[in-house]
Design a protein around this ligand. Structure first.
Ligand SMILES: Cc1cc2nc3c(=O)[nH]c(=O)nc-3n(C[C@H](O)[C@H](O)[C@H](O)COP(=O)(O)OP(=O)(O)OC[C@H]3O[C@@H](n4cnc5c(N)ncnc54)[C@H](O)[C@@H]3O)c2cc1C
Length: 414
C-alpha cells in the first residue's frame, strides 16, 4: 500500500497542473489516469490561452439561429435527436444562464482567473522547458457581415470596462498579420492579450515530466474505484492500491463517474467538438489562431498542421462520433484559407466539460472530507489549468488563495 498526501484523478491539463502545483509545494502526490497525460480533451483543443475573453460562449437566443440549429443547417452546432431528452435539463439550465445579464455576471466572476491565466502558464512552461510551444501573438476574430460586427459592440464596451483589450483591424492590417487569408470577411478584431500553444499534448506531457522530476508519481488506474478506507481515500492502480488524506477529482467530462456514486450531483453538461489537421497549400501559413466567428470554427497553426476545430455538438458524451459539421464548414474554411488535404483519416472527437454558468467547479467537495473538485472548465480548460492548479494547491495547504475561490464552489447550484 502506497501512502501519499494527495491522489489526483485525471491527468488532463487540469489534473496535471494540479498535481504539479501540489508537488511544487512539497506534497507527495499520485496522479492517476487510465491513459497517458493529456491524451483526452486536453489533446485536441484549439490551443488558445485567453487572458482576454469577454462573454462566455452562450446558447443561441436569436430565433433565426435557433431555427438554423434545429434544422441542422448551422455550421457551428449539431445535436443528436435521440439524446435531447437526456440532456434537456442541462440545456435548459444553459439557456437560462445565457441572458446578457448572467453572461456579464459570469464574465466578471471569471476575470480574476482569466487575468492570471497566461502569466501562470508561463511560470509552468518555463520550469517544464516548454516555452517553445508558446506563441504570444494574440488571436484574430473575423466577421463576414456588418451585422455580426455590430453585434459585438456591447461585448467590446463591457470588455473595455473589465480590462479586456480588442483592436479593430482593417483589411490591410489583417492581411499584413495573416497574408494567407483571403478577404472574404468585412471586419476583424485583434485580441492582443491572448496566447496560444503549437502542441497542447506536448505541453501536458512536459508538465507531467516536470511533476515527476519533483518526485510526483504517475500511475495507471481506474478512478471509478475511488473509495473510503480507514478514513482516507483509496484507489486501485496497476501498481497496487494508493491511499491519501486528500483526493482531487480532475477528470473533466468524466468527473461525474466518480462523484455520482459518492452522492455529489453537479450539473455538468458536455459540448462535444471535433478537430482535424490539414496541410496548407503551397507556402500558405498562419501565425496565430483565427476564428471565423459567424460560421463557428477556428483555424490554428499546430505542429501537426493547420488544426480546424468545430463549435458545439449537443449529444451524449459516449455516443459515437458524428462529424457532420465538417461538411457544412469546409466550403467556408477553404474559401478563407488555402487548406489542402487532411493529414489524418478521421476527425478527432473531444468533450468540453461545461457548467451552465460557464464557471469551473473548484474547491472542497460538499460533505466529503478531503475530497477536492477541479473540473467543468468548458471552453477554457487549457486556459484555466495553471490557475486551477495554483488555487487548489493553495487551498489544500491552507495558504491564502491568490483569488477569491467563492464563485467557483460546487454549492452555488444548490
Ligand atoms: C474542440 C475543442 C476546442 C477547445 N479549444 C480550447 C482552447 O482553445 N482553449 C482552452 O482553454 N480550452 C479549449 N477547449 C477546452 C479544453 O480542451 C478542456 O476544457 C480541457 O482540456 C479539459 O481538461 P481536463 O483536464 O479537465 O479534461 P481531460 O483532458 O479530458 O482530462 C480528463 C482525464 O481523466 C481521465 N479519465 C477519465 N475517466 C477516467 C477513469 N475512470 N479513470 C482514470 N482516468 C480517467 C481521462 O483519461 C483524461 O486524461 C477546447 C475543447 C474542445 C473539445
Amino acid at each position: 500500500m502506497a501512502r501519499t498526501d494527495a491522489i489526483v484523478l485525471g491527468a488532463g491539463i487540469v489534473g496535471t497542473s494540479v498535481a504539479l502545483h501540489l508537488a511544487k509545494r512539497g506534497l507527495s502526490v499520485a496522479l492517476v489516469d487510465r491513459r497517458g497525460p493529456g491524451e483526452e480533451t486536453s489533446y485536441g483543443n484549439t490551443g488558445v490561452i485567453v487572458g482576454a475573453s469577454v462573454f462566455p460562449t452562450a446558447f443561441p437566443r436569436s430565433l433565426k439561429k435557433l431555427i438554423q440549429v434545429a434544422l441542422k443547417r448551422a455550421p457551428e452546432a449539431n445535436y443528436h435527436w435521440g439524446d435531447l431528452i437526456k440532456i434537456a435539463p442541462w440545456l435548459i439550465s444553459y439557456f437560462n444562464f445565457s441572458t446578457p445579464e448572467k453572461l456579464k455576471e459570469s464574465a466578471v466572476k471569471l476575470r480574476p482567473l482569466m487575468s492570471h491565466a497566461i502569466a501562470e502558464h508561463k511560470l509552468l512552461l518555463e520550469e517544464a522547458g516548454a516555452m517553445k510551444y508558446l506563441r504570444e501573438t494574440g488571436w484574430i476574430t473575423l466577421y463576414r457581415s456588418d451585422a455580426a460586427f455590430e453585434g459585438m459592440k456591447p461585448q467590446l464596451e463591457f470588455g473595455a470596462q473589465i480590462g479586456v483589450a480588442a483592436q479593430p483591424l482593417d483589411m490591410d492590417g489583417t492581411l499584413a498579420l495573416e497574408p494567407s487569408l483571403n478577404p472574404v470577411f468585412r471586419h476583424a478584431l485583434m485580441w492582443p492579450d491572448v496566447a496560444s500553444l503549437s502542441n497542447p499534448l506536448k505541453v501536458t506531457q512536459a508538465y507531467a515530466a516536470r511533476y515527476q522530476t519533483l518526485g510526483g508519481v504517475l500511475l495507471k488506474g481506474d478512478a471509478r474505484k475511488l473509495h473510503r478506507a480507514h478514513g482516507r481515500w483509496r484507489v486501485e492502480t496497476e501498481e497496487g492500491p494508493v491511499d491519501a488524506a486528500n483526493a482531487v477529482v480532475a477528470m473533466g467530462p468524466w468527473s461525474p463517474d466518480v462523484l455520482t456514486p459518492l452522492g455529489i450531483k453537479v450539473p455538468l453538461g458536455i459540448k462535444r467538438g471535433y478537430h482535424r489537421h490539414y496541410h496548407a497549400k503551397g507556402n500558405a501559413a498562419l501565425s496565430r489562431p483565427v476564428i471565423d466567428t459567424e460560421i463557428g470554427y477556428a483555424l490554428t497553426p499546430m505542429e501537426q498542421g493547420i488544426r480546424l476545430t468545430t463549435g458545439a455538438e449537443f449529444a451524449d458524451r459516449d455516443a459515437p462520433p458524428t462529424p457532420v459539421q465538417f461538411d457544412r464548414l469546409m466550403p467556408y474554411a477553404k474559401e478563407l484559407f488555402p487548406l489542402g488535404e487532411p493529414n489524418e483519416p478521421e476527425p478527432w472527437l473531444g468533450r468540453r466539460p461545461n457548467m451552465p454558468d460557464a464557471l469551473p467547479v473548484l474547491g472542497r467537495a460538499p460533505s466529503q472530507d478531503g475530497l477536492w473538485l477541479a473540473f467543468g472548465h468548458g471552453h477554457w480548460g487549457l486556459t484555466l489549468a495553471a490557475v486551477t492548479g495554483r488555487l487548489i494547491a493553495e487551498l489544500m495547504i491552507g495558504a491564502t488563495p491568490f483569488v477569491d475561490p467563492a464563485p467557483y464552489r460546487a454549492e452555488r447550484f444548490k
